[in-house]
Design a protein around this ligand. Structure first.
Ligand SMILES: [Fe+2]
Length: 233
């Protein structure tokens, strides 16, 4: 994974193991021992690893904020959160609000994969206006998670509702190699500026607990404007 990250030009990787409500308080992020074990490899590839978690949202998840604090992105105020793919549970908005009330800024992972084929479809504009950040997976841009996710990812980007892009890699396989194609796709359609914003500026600001706004694409072609009208964000 480090080899691929280095070849794609990454210098920092934030490791975000999945954390459920059952894990909280029992399983932290990456242990000190594991960090020590990987250090020779990270040094060899000149990549630094930061620790965090990807919190599976649940109605009771915000009850113990002191436990959630151990999973923020490198100790910042940002907390990466998700629901299971294909769903948008009835408690989604309320749980995100509870997280915010505890002083965290939620970054919602892979919004392009939630409830788009069901009546539970959420409105991304509502989430963004309420201060939730959206993190789209790079591989989604080029279809790694199917046509629907690709359409949604591209439309979210086009609508200026994306704050940050991420590999969401779980190993050295498909998702990680797809990240490279996602970067190429984004450069081709939105230029180097977009990648600089999504993969350099926004992540830096997040790790420093600074404010991050969504990136509004500078150029919109005719078919992309049409697509935007078809998808009511
Ligand atoms: Fe996830």
């Amino acid at each position: 994974m480090l080899d691929t990250y280095a070849s794609l030009g990454f210098s920092t990787v934030v490791a975000t193991p999945h954390v459920t409500i059952e894990d909280i308080g029992y399983q932290g992020s990456i242990s000190d021992d594991l960090m020590r074990q990987v250090r020779p490899a990270t040094t060899a590839f000149s990549i630094s690893i930061q620790r965090a978690g990807e919190i599976r949202l649940d109605p009771g998840i915000a009850a113990e904020p002191h436990l959630l604090r151990g999973y923020t992105l490198d100790g910042s105020r940002y907390l990466l959160v998700d629901f299971s793919s294909g769903s948008w549970p009835f408690y989604a908005e309320d749980t995100l609000f509870q997280i915010q009330m505890q002083g965290f800024t939620p970054i919602l992972a892979h919004p392009e994969r939630y409830g788009w084929s069901t009546d539970q479809r959420y409105l991304a504009t509502d989430l963004v206006s309420r201060g939730v950040l959206l993190q789209v997976t790079l591989g989604s841009m080029t279809g790694t998670f199917g046509k629907s996710a690709a359409m949604n990812a591209r439309a979210l980007l086009q609508a200026g509702l994306v704050h940050v892009l991420a590999s969401d890699a779980h190993g050295p396989g498909t998702r990680l190699t797809a990240a490279g194609r996602g970067i190429e796709w984004t450069i081709k359609h939105y230029g180097e500026d977009a990648i600089e914003q999504f993969l350099i500026d926004a992540p830096k600001r997040i790790l420093a607990s600074e404010q991050v706004g969504p990136f509004v694409p500078a150029h919109r072609t005719g078919w992309q404007s049409t697509l935007r009208n078809l998808w009511p964000f």
